[in-house]
Write a protein that binds this ligand. Structure first.
Ligand code: PEP
Length: 253
């Protein structure tokens, strides 16, 4: 059965103490994760070890990094390697978030390299894709997302593609309070799955979790997550509020 994931993206928010308190608050509230469901916390680099320690032994709960570098090691001051993440026991990395694409000019090609290195270390990439507003307004979002998939993913083997998670995040819905309607989300998720099926076959396409991101909150999570091709969410703002994120975890179908 395909995995369903509620992934929190803390971005560059919270002090260490606030992060500890948030994880404690979330874990102290009743949350139900079935066998195929996971909660993932993408915390800032300096909090990875703290989060790993706090969540150790919790079933189906994982820590993610928000980025990594594309090289194995070396003279890359300020960067963090996948080997370092692996040495902390980190199992997920968010790649290609639209904020990284925009502010740090991450290209589809660079993301292809980052995907390769993550897969080489058995770390699961949560690969983000999605269109800006002007592309949606021109109704060319399918072509735009196809290009992101082609240029970053399509060199991967079928076995590798089965190890990734995709997050569709329409940029116009990130941090704006505007959510794609559940129909818009389902339409794009089904389209992405159809593209994967065309390239890798239906069975592989059916095994890849596709998360929706863009102003997911407790009040819209059930409707989004009950769409057949929406396998959970990548959540920014609402993941910083314990009650909200617990409700989002519990909204996984
Ligand atoms: C995100 O950070 O990936 C995101 C979708 O943010 P928000 O939920 O705040 O829109």
């Amino acid at each position: 059965m395909r995995k369903q994931i509620a992934a929190a993206n803390w971005k560059m928010n919270l002090t260490l103490k606030q992060g500890e308190e948030l994880l404690d608050a979330i874990m102290s509230k009743p949350h139900s994760l079935k066998e195929n469901q996971q909660a993932v916390f993408a915390v800032p680099f300096p909090y990875l070890a703290m989060a790993q320690q706090k969540l150790a032994g919790k079933t189906n709960v994982f820590v993610a990094a928000q980025n990594c570098y594309s090289k194995k090691s070396g003279a890359y001051t300020g960067e963090v390697s996948v080997e370092m993440l692996q040495s902390l026991g980190i199992q997920f990395v968010v790649l290609g978030h639209s904020e990284r694409r925009e502010y740090f000019t991450e290209s589809n090609q660079l993301l292809a390299d980052k995907l390769n290195i993550c897969l080489g270390y058995s770390i699961t990439p949560i690969f983000c894709c999605g269109e800006p507003l002007h592309i949606r307004e021109a109704n060319t979002q399918n072509e735009y997302v196809t290009r992101q998939l082609e240029e970053s993913l399509y060199h991967l083997t079928a076995a590798q593609v089965q190890k990734i998670v995709i997050a569709y995040e329409p940029i116009w819905a990130i941090g704006t309070g505007k959510t794609a309607s559940s129909a818009q989300a389902q339409e794009m998720h089904a389209y992405i799955r159809q593209q994967l099926a065309g390239k890798y076959g239906q069975a592989i396409a059916d095994s890849v979790p596709i998360l929706y991101g863009g102003s997911v909150k407790a009040s819209n999570a059930v409707e989004l997550f009950t769409q057949p091709d929406v396998d959970g969410g990548l959540v920014g703002g609402a993941s910083l509020i314990a009650e909200e994120f617990v409700a989002i975890i519990n909204a996984l179908k």
